[in-house]
Design a protein around this ligand. Structure first.
Ligand SMILES: Cc1ncc(COP(=O)(O)O)c(C=O)c1O
Length: 482
């Protein structure tokens, strides 16, 4: 048995470091060792349970009550705000959309047969694109400024009878913007339209962030909020909270059937059988940290954010995109300077890897109005970074010096190959074999974690979306093929 674990340890050695703040996305290290031990012990205690049925395992309901209660207080929800613990941000967003779609259909029998619309800024998380696809809504993405800022009127101008849901973020992931939540929610409420605040990213930080306008359930038109326990709740992966204003709205999220031959099925979330371990770990951590613990950890993130922003302001050619609120910062090239003085963010990300830091490249996005949100490098700032912020800033300065003046990657050759092969025309996308050949040509083929990403990102931005998506699917699918 020990050799099995040894093999796993060896495999894990190839992973990016999950602790210490060296990876500025995906992982959320509080820097508090005791949280890890507590979460492990709680998860182990709950391991044999099945979250499918809290009537058989009432500890599950008890833990969920505590977590929902804590999150509801944190977000100023009254007694009519209820909710569920889901498996993550995507599931919370999916459920928020499914709930409002079903309620919209019920409330609008005259519009039967029409697809409801989901209105959201372009900066909203991709989970809403997924939700619109899965639940058959038209996705109406409202263009943002190049900094990822959306104006309230640009969103509210899109509201009409066919809109089932408007989504705003607190904050958005790509550039860390706090959307104009009060204005959008008020306009939505006046038309009887639901308004979801996606606080998956910031939900367990913004309640303690200084000087913010109300963005939570204090805003009357806000009908649901998602907040992820497995991000800044500091719980292991597999836990998020979806809060809904009103029991009816919450109940619309459920699935129940007595129409099959087995046990009566009642699911509050998308899955059937599910592990109770993520809930137990999140429960233990919220109990342990409480309001004071989260306030202290948010204080660390706030100080790190100020330090990193001040440092970037002093790095010629690099800039913080817009004026972010909370733990997300996007770094972009300072295009007010001449090309030899600019720092390309994707070149920077590749150079940072050689210094032992992983920042996340984001491709540029041309929106439907033609305005481009520039390519950037995303930083998720976590409390543990407070200990290493000087090292991080030193690496940022050195990496910027190394790449200053290097132009963005140019994927022209590959684009020509793809065009000659006719991909993108008439919706033609490469199948698995062709996509893999193209990826090999682009330099993929082994575990991509430490491969330079500037070229791949440049390619993604310029390819027709279906082609880029087919290539990315192939890249991921090949990784786990036996
Ligand atoms: C704002 C926002 N919403 C939703 C999600 C999706 O969360 P998950 O990756 O837990 O499914 C994320 C993830 O980063 C996010 O930042």
């Amino acid at each position: 048995m020990s050799d099995i674990l040894e093999r796993l340890r060896r495999m894990r050695a190839a992973d990016a470091p999950t602790h210490g703040g060296r990876v500025l996305s995906y992982v959320y290290d509080s820097g508090l060792d005791e949280l890890e031990e507590l979460a492990d012990a709680a998860a182990r205690l709950a391991r044999p349970l099945n979250g499918l049925d809290p009537t058989v395992f009432p500890s599950i309901a008890a833990m969920e009550r505590d977590v929902i209660g804590f999150t509801r207080r944190m977000l100023y929800g009254g007694r009519t705000v209820v909710g569920s613990v889901t498996s993550g941000g995507t599931e919370s967003c999916l459920l928020a959309v499914k709930t409002t779609r079903d309620r919209w259909r019920q409330a609008n029998p005259a519009l039967t047969g029409r697809r409801p619309r989901l209105v959201a800024p372009t900066s909203a998380h991709a989970a809403f694109t997924k939700a619109a696809q899965l639940f058959d809504l038209d996705l109406d993405l409202v263009p943002c400024s190049p900094d990822g800022v959306v104006t309230a009127s640009d969103v509210t101008d899109r509201l009409d009878d066919d809109v089932a849901l408007v989504v705003v973020s607190a904050p958005s992931y790509p550039t860390g913007m706090l959307d104009p939540i009060a204005e959008v929610a008020a306009a939505a409420s006046a038309r009887g339209i639901s308004c979801h605040v996606d606080a998956c990213f910031g939900g367990f930080v913004l309640p303690w962030w200084p000087d913010l306008p109300a963005w939570d359930f204090r805003v009357r038109g806000v009908t649901s909020i998602s907040a992820d326990l497995h991000k800044f709740g500091y719980a292991p992966k597999g836990a998020s909270v979806l809060l809904q204003r009103g029991r009816r709205r919450h109940r619309a999220q459920f699935f129940a059937t007595t129409g099959w031959a087995g046990y009566p099925v009642v699911n509050a979330t998308l899955l059937g059988s599910r592990s109770a371990s993520p809930l137990a770990a999140a429960w233990a951590i919220t109990q342990h940290l409480g309001d004071d613990g989260y306030r202290r950890l948010t204080g660390s993130i706030h100080r790190v954010a100020l330090a990193v922003r001040a440092a970037v302001d002093g790095i010629p050619g690099l800039r913080v995109i817009g004026d972010p609120t909370g733990p997300a910062i996007a770094l972009g090239s300072d295009d007010s300077l001449a090309a030899p003085d600019r720092v390309d963010p994707h070149r920077l990300a590749d150079a940072m890897l050689t210094h032992g830091w992983k920042i996340q490249p984001q491709p540029g996005l041309v929106q439907r109005d033609g305005v481009r949100i520039p390519h950037s490098a995303h930083l998720t700032l976590t409390p543990v970074l407070e200990r290493g912020s000087e090292d991080f800033i030193r690496a940022l300065v050195a990496a910027a010096d190394e790449v200053r003046g290097r132009p963005p990657a140019d994927p022209r050759m590959l684009l020509t190959v793809l065009r000659v092969l006719g991909y993108g025309e008439g919706g033609r996308v490469p199948g698995p074999a062709a996509a893999w050949r193209l990826l090999r040509l682009a330099g993929a083929g082994s575990v991509p974690a430490d491969k330079p990403t500037a070229m791949l990102m440049a390619l993604i931005e310029r390819l027709p979306r279906p082609v880029a998506e087919a290539l990315l699917i192939e890249l991921l699918a090949r990784m786990s093929e036996p």
